[in-house]
Design a protein around this ligand. Structure first.
Ligand SMILES: Nc1ncnc2c1ncn2[C@@H]1O[C@H](COP(=O)(O)OP(=O)(O)OP(=O)(O)O)[C@@H](O)[C@H]1O
Ligand SMILES: [Mg+2]
Length: 232
């Protein structure tokens, strides 16, 4: 079964008498383990595509299945639950909660996904949750866990956001220009992390990017233009 399946998905935004069509009849299948880059001009519908796949906004027409579950037939509560368990989001503007430390930003996502705290007792807890510690270590965040976002660099904040997105072992990570607010050194580091997570853990990634290097590293590139997928 495909991990993500879109059938004829369209999305209109209605604002008073004006209707903007952001997506037009998109049919798309994503298999587990893919690393997909989405490229397209500003306003072409890239973020909207991510939001409908992530269940953040309903399509105006068509159907979306994640792991065989059709968003259209789920209750709001079931859709939220599926989103928290199956999908990790990473945004351009990190979107961390400013009053929480890095550790608590990550733990909050974990508890919303139904998990127990994993990063509270340092190494002593490591055997209990190797994955959580591996992630934090892999992202170079071990010595940063007690810092709040304002005390972290942009690159570090984005790495916390990646840890938060991955803590529940989502089936797919949706990343909306994750390097858009980073300098070239930090952007390279973040790109490398996504590539390695894909290679080492088989993490499925769907990433919007303007960075040709990011697109070059992807296993598949989707071009979107005026709300349509361009066939390559
Ligand atoms: N919440 C909204 N309400 C109304 N119109 C919207 C909304 N979100 C997006 N749009 C419109 O839908 C179209 C697609 O927007 P979208 O944000 O998906 O583009 P994008 O490809 O992500 O662009 P960018 O590269 O600038 O982020 C645009 O015309 C945009 O103005
Ligand atoms: Mg966008």
């Amino acid at each position: 079964m495909a991990l993500v399946e879109l059938q004829q998905v369209s999305k209109d935004y209605r604002m008073g008498v004006v209707t903007v069509t952001a997506l037009r009849e998109i049919t798309l299948t994503i298999e587990s383990g893919e690393f997909i880059a989405i490229i397209g001009a500003s306003g072409s519908g890239k973020s909207t595509l991510l939001h409908v796949i992530g269940g953040l906004t309903p399509p105006s027409a068509g159907s979306i299945r994640i792991d065989g579950h059709d968003y259209g037939v789920l209750s709001d509560a079931a859709r939220t639950d599926l989103r928290r368990r199956a999908i990790g989001f990473v945004f351009q503007r990190f979107n961390l909660l400013p009053t929480l430390t890095a550790r608590d930003n990550i733990e909050l996502a974990r508890s919303l996904g139904g998990g127990e705290p994993a990063l509270m007792n340092g190494e002593a807890n490591a055997a209990g949750d190797r994955y959580a510690w591996h992630l934090v270590e892999r992202l170079g965040l071990k010595s940063r866990l007690d810092h709040r976002p304002a005390e972290l660099s942009g690159g570090e904040q984005q790495r916390v956001a990646i840890a938060r997105a991955l803590i529940n072992r989502p089936r797919i990570v949706l990343a909306d220009e994750p390097t858009g607010n980073l300098d070239s050194v930090n952007s390279d580091a973040v790109l490398r992390i996504f590539c390695e997570l894909n290679r080492e853990l088989g993490q499925t990634v769907l990433m919007i990017t303007h960075n040709p290097e990011a697109a070059a590293r992807a296993s598949r590139v989707l071009h979107i233009r005026d709300g349509r997928l361009q066939t390559a």
